[in-house]
Write a protein that binds this ligand. Structure first.
Ligand SMILES: Cc1cc2nc3c(=O)[nH]c(=O)nc-3n(C[C@H](O)[C@H](O)[C@H](O)COP(=O)(O)O)c2cc1C
Length: 369
């Protein structure tokens, strides 16, 4: 029950107990050896927060602006696919929870509920639509139009998944998206009632996408276009040049290119390359309010959480997602006060210090051996 878990890791443990191995492997797993998946979490832990003292923290708020609009905390719900595999309410529960918590819900192209249905069933809230571009341009256009007609305020173009990564857990368990699970975008692309492996799903996507296509999308969209899945500073600069409204530093939760850098390690370089021209957001491995504080200190405007929301959804549906968001927000508020700042925007790089590197410990081990 919700009262019995007090951290994101508690929710993760409870979710892992409930899910059958194929579904758990799909949601928890990463690509290849899962080095990047592990690193995403460990890299945040290698940073330290340097607190300032005697700064009057009698009034502390987590409220912030993201992409020009208000949020109760700079902690957004990342786009994740197939949520009805975890809970019958699926994306409806996540969208309602995000709205209730006062933050942004990102709706995946591979959602099991369409954008219009979410808009009708969830209370007013900020919603962004994550876009994968199908080879069939008509499908992509129709999806985009549905989302914009339903009041979604931005498009998040995910650029790190031309093909799907090698998710070996899925191969071992033989995981496939069951034919009875409705996925409106896939139904539109291929007709309903088919079973898909993840690889087959991504074979429907357009691998030829390039920077000019981003420029075209920006010109046509009529809403801000965020580019999600950037790790290289040069790509961040190109995204800005081609009209991106924000850059999301992400490696897709370690599910695409194994051994790509952890997002905590890529963030500062991207922030420097962007030079304040657009906001930089980050996701991957964020499990604690102090991770959020570090991301903000390193220059992110906000973070997104993927699996934490999914574990909350598994354990307690809408209430569970809301609880995860509230836990992270409460942890962030405490971190802000203990860092000696009163609001998220007051964290700066002066609050972030590199912690002891893992290599220091391995060097010590080899010396003593
Ligand atoms: C099960 C799962 C499904 C995902 N589906 C999508 C998706 O459909 N579109 C997308 O842009 N990112 C997708 N992502 C990536 C997330 O948006 C996000 O980048 C990642 O989960 C962040 O890492 P975290 O899970 O450690 O918080 C997915 C991630 C997971 C774990």
């Amino acid at each position: 029950m919700p009262g019995s878990w007090i951290t994101v890791e508690d929710a993760e443990r409870l979710a892992a107990e409930r899910l059958e191995p194929g579904v758990l492997g799909y949601f928890a797993g990463g690509a290849g050896d899962e080095e990047t998946l592990r690193e995403n979490r460990e890299a945040w832990r290698r940073w330290r927060l340097l607190p300032r003292v005697l700064t009057d923290v009698s009034e502390v708020t987590t409220r912030a602006e993201v992409l020009g609009g208000p949020v109760s905390a700079p902690i957004l719900v990342a786009p994740t696919a197939f949520q009805r595999l975890l809970h019958p309410d699926g994306e409806l529960a996540s969208a309602r929870a995000a709205a209730a918590a006062g933050t942004v819900f990102c709706h995946s192209t591979l959602a099991t509920v369409g954008p219009a249905e979410v808009a009708a069933a969830a209370p007013p809230g900020r919603r962004w639509f994550q876009l994968y571009c199908f080879e069939d341009e008509g499908v992509t256009r129709a999806l985009r139009e549905q989302a914009l007609a339903a009041g979604y305020e931005a498009i998040v173009l995910t650029v790190d998944a031309p093909p799907a990564g090698n998710r070996e857990r899925d191969v071992r368990t033989g995981f496939a998206i069951p034919a009875e699970l409705r996925v409106p975008s896939l139904d539109a692309a291929c007709g309903p009632g088919r079973e898909y492996t993840l690889q087959q799903t991504f074979e429907l996507m357009d691998r030829s996408l390039d920077w000019d296509d981003l420029g075209d999308l920006v010109a046509e969209a009529g809403v801000p276009v965020l580019v999600k899945g950037v790790l290289a500073a040069d790509d961040a600069a190109l995204a800005v040049e081609h009209g991106a409204a924000a850059v999301v530093v992400s490696n897709h939760g370690g599910r695409q290119l194994d051994r790509s850098p952890a997002t905590a390690d890529a963030l500062a370089e991207v922030v420097d390359a962007v030079q304040g021209r657009v906001p930089v957001l980050v996701d991957g491995g964020i499990r604690r309010g102090v991770d959020v504080a570090l991301a903000l200190a390193l220059g992110a405007e906000a973070v997104l959480v993927g699996r934490p929301a999914l574990w909350g959804l598994t354990v307690a549906g809408e209430e569970g997602v809301r609880r995860v968001l509230e836990l992270l927000t409460a942890e962030l508020e405490l971190a802000l006060a203990l860092c000696g700042v009163s609001a998220p925007g007051e964290l700066t790089r002066a609050h972030a210090r590199r912690g002891p590197a893992a290599s220091v410990y391995s060097a010590q081990v080899s010396i003593t051996e």
